[in-house]
Design a protein around this ligand. Sequence first.
Ligand SMILES: [Zn+2]
Length: 305
Amino acid sequence: MSRRTKQVLSRVGGIVLLAVLALLINQYISESEKDISMSTSMPSGIMEVHFIDVGQGDAILVETGSSTMLIDAGENSKGTIVKEYLENQQITKLDYVIGTHPHSDHIGGLDTIIDSFEVGKVLLPKVTHTTKTFEEVLDALEEHDLTVTAPQVGDRYYLGSASFTILAPSAATYEELNNYSIAIKLTFGDNSFLLAGDAEKLSEDEMLSTGINLSADVLKLSHHGSSYSSSTEFLEMVDPSYSIVCVGKDNEYGHPHSETLQAVLDRNIKLYRTDEQGSVVFTSDGQTISVNTQDYIITEQELEQ
Ligand SMILES: [Zn+2]
């Protein structure tokens, strides 16, 4: 073997050795990456969030595996619609029932739900209201021996492989009943939903000052898309890709307000609305979100109102 051949061979050997080393290192890195991704534990299965069309009002069903939660149940007259919707989903028990605040378009149908399904934990804000609708909910709770929990900001609850954190209300008393709304950030793997009942700017400001990470993929535009909610600072912090407004056709309040629609448009946030599209269902596999309908195209006319 000539010196030249030896040199070539040893150089080839060196290159082969380097290649083998690179391969080993690469494999080692991808193994440790696998460890990291496994440690964040992607949830198994899917989570569905149903924004049930109850006209002017809220009713939101969360389902993951056999775990279920209902947030609000529309007006008194809509209780049966919500009950039938849940029955169509083969639901017999609800792990959590949240009544965001005592206005009738949120808690009105709750007595029908409490009478019809096995209910686990009930979350209500610490405030009373002197309406027949509110009394009926309290009566139904008492009849079924259910105690009420008033959640604290920062509390975390588990729903199958999903979890939710309480964001509001922070204060003990408010002038406006809407600001007592229980607000949650619901998380499933990498996906999250911010649901805040009828919380207005004051409550949104309080949420901003909790220090809790508010960023979410989906934002329910609070208070049916009212301009008293979804402030600039709040929208900036939540920075959603999707938004939804639960609202009744031709409602007397002019919801959703043009200011809110303009803000959604300016930020390129996809919009869905129950008055135009019926019940809207979001499905998450922990990484991506799909919706059962196309996003709503805001008209020029709606922005001018
Ligand atoms: Zn409302």
